[in-house]
Ligand binder design. Structure first.
Ligand code: MEZ
Length: 565
């Protein structure tokens, strides 16, 4: 046999990968270190002979054992969104089951509770995406002991695959770019985008603390120098890494490294399966299922839920938002709503739980998000005939609704070579064979099936609006590029599930509320698992801002509670 384990054992016994005696931690830390010590890190493994380099991907620096399995066939994580084994259509659907989609052994959970805590900590953070990392780092800085657990074999959550950036007002970047903005405008834009259903107190905190959030990420080493406009924002306030890099891996790699540098006990392959409460419903810990360690209880003074949304939980989507049950999802496979289910079980209240955002531009029949950045940088959106039908910079709910009213319910994003040169992520879509290309507008129409005369008129009209600075057809506010430089490109898009706005009810201290709107003592939450901040529709760039601002607030208050009790 040539499986990885046999191959390595033949070379140098089981100790090629394992300690002696063999003791595998849930994070497979020793094994991953062994992989890198022999094979080098991802930068060293980069192989420019491959069209796609899985070791230099937009996932950042994830564990080797996320894909490579010693004793079984590899499971390539990239194939959760792409299908690199298929030539024609390199996309997967969103319906696959993951190991954590199975039921849990209630007997073993009860036994773990009866046995009492196997260990104790001040703060237990559940979910290692941006909110969880920010909560952990802040709690640790405040002096609390922290354990961070993540069910997946890699950290990063949905934030890791986010592409757009983080919204903030009053930053140095806005000053340097001469952007006039205010906290009031930020609040008004978010409230308008959320159809005035947002919790204004939460929105105000987000706006007021957003610049501090960007500075904090920069202090940890993230680059967020670039600025762009997102849908529903009146000015450029979405902060991104310079050079067109996706913001998710930049932020997550930074947070992951900071967490490691702080020595925070981070456990992968470790799923929280139950919150444990005492007789007065105070949270006193959680039962964890570890891949190698089985069921055990961690006693904790406070718990922070940072488990993300439920955009990849088909049953929850079908239950809460039946009209979207057959839609694809741009989400990471980890977004299965665990926190909502865990909190509900102990009596937490939910806010706007049935509000789910469809992102208007997910690659048609794929799981690949065509970032709002592409429109922000200048792409134009047309229907199957080649006609515009809405401002490209409107909010996502409106854009998605408008696409679904077009013939065949899809749209094209069109752009020229100027945009291709400017927005690095577009080259990624090209590598994935998602782009149609024509040397002239007529050729592009021919390739895509659009009506040549309609498309030519659309482009000519649009170039006129760019020249006068006024879009008299649909009132688009910002038109950074005209469409004059060959070749021309198009990518086919349709709405897909992107963000679950609803979730556990929280107050301004990130405490989870019960059905009487009283804090559940010892329980905090931050990020997409919560509801209220975004109302009925989130603005692009406000999710990462949420995870940073409220992740930090949750971490601070969870630490304070842990240290005081
Ligand atoms: O915040 C987001 O969801 C975002 C900016 C997404 C995107 O289109 O890139």
């Amino acid at each position: 046999s040539t499986d990885l384990a046999t191959f390595h054992a033949d070379m140098d016994s089981c100790q090629s990968c394992h300690t002696k005696p063999i003791k595998v931690s849930d994070s497979e830390t020793h094994e991953n270190a062994q992989c890198k010590s022999c094979h080098g890190d991802y930068a060293e493994l980069a192989n420019d002979k491959l069209q796609f380099d899985p070791h230099a991907s937009h996932l950042g620096d994830i564990n080797c054992t996320s894909c490579h399995k010693g004793h079984e066939a590899p499971k390539f994580y990239c194939n959760e969104c792409h299908s690199f084994d298929q030539k024609d259509m390199p996309f997967s659907d969103a319906k696959k089951k993951q190991p954590w989609d199975t039921g849990w052994d209630q007997d073993k959970i009860q036994k773990a509770i009866a046995a009492g805590p196997r260990e104790s900590t001040g703060v237990l953070v559940v979910g290692a995406g941006s909110a969880g990392f920010n909560a952990s780092l802040t709690a640790k800085k405040a002096g609390a002991d922290v354990i961070l657990v993540e069910k997946a074999p890699f950290s990063g959550g949905n934030s890791m695959i986010s592409a757009g950036g983080i919204n903030a007002v009053g930053t140095k970047q806005q000053k340097d770019h001469g952007v006039d903005d205010s906290v009031e405008w930020f609040i008004e834009d978010a409230m308008k985008g959320g159809r005035q259903h947002n919790d204004k107190k939460l929105v105000t905190i987000l706006a007021e603390k957003s610049a501090d959030g960007v500075e904090w990420l920069e202090s940890l080493g993230a680059n967020l120098d670039d600025l762009k406009r997102s849908g529903g924002a009146r000015v450029d306030r979405t902060h991104r890494p310079h050079g067109g890099k996706s913001s998710g891996p930049e932020i997550i790699d930074t947070l992951r490294a900071a967490t490691k540098a702080q020595g925070i006990d981070t456990r992968l392959n470790s799923r929280v399966v139950k919150l444990v409460v005492n007789d007065d419903n105070t949270v006193v810990g959680a039962v964890v299922h570890g891949k190698h360690s089985g069921y055990y209880m961690i006693g904790a003074k406070s718990v922070v839920l940072a488990t993300g949304g439920y955009g990849m939980n088909k049953e929850m989507i079908a239950y809460y938002r039946p009209t979207m049950k057959d839609m694809t999802s741009s989400n990471n496979i980890t977004a299965t709503g665990d926190g909502v289910l865990l909190a509900k079980e102990i009596g937490a209240s939910m806010t706007d739980i049935d509000w789910v955002q469809a992102h208007p531009t997910v690659g048609k029949d794929s799981r690949i998000l065509i970032s709002e950045t592409v429109r922000g940088v200048g792409a134009v959106m047309v229907n199957k005939d080649g006609n515009r039908f809405i401002s490209e910079l409107t909010t996502r709910d409106k854009a998605s609704d408008a696409i679904l009213k077009q013939p065949d319910q899809f749209a094209w994003l069109i752009f020229d070579n100027q945009l291709y040169a400017k927005a690095k992520m577009v080259r990624g879509y090209d590598h994935l064979n998602m782009l149609y290309k024509g040397d002239t507008i007529e050729k592009l129409a021919e390739k895509t099936g659009m009506k040549a005369a309609d498309l030519a008129k659309t482009v000519s009209d649009y170039n006129g609006y760019v020249a006068t600075g006024k879009d008299t057809a649909f009132g688009r506010g910002d038109m950074p590029l005209n469409m004059t430089q060959s070749p021309y490109y198009a990518v086919k898009v349709a709405p897909g599930i992107h963000h679950t706005m609803g979730g556990v009810a929280v107050n301004t201290t990130a405490s989870v509320l019960d059905l009487q709107s009283k804090p559940i003592v010892g329980l905090f939450a931050a990020g997409e698992v919560t509801g209220g901040l975004h109302g009925y529709n989130r603005l692009g760039g406000n999710a990462i801002a949420d995870t940073v601002v409220f992740g930090r607030i949750a971490g601070e208050n969870a630490a304070k509670y842990a240290l005081d009790n």
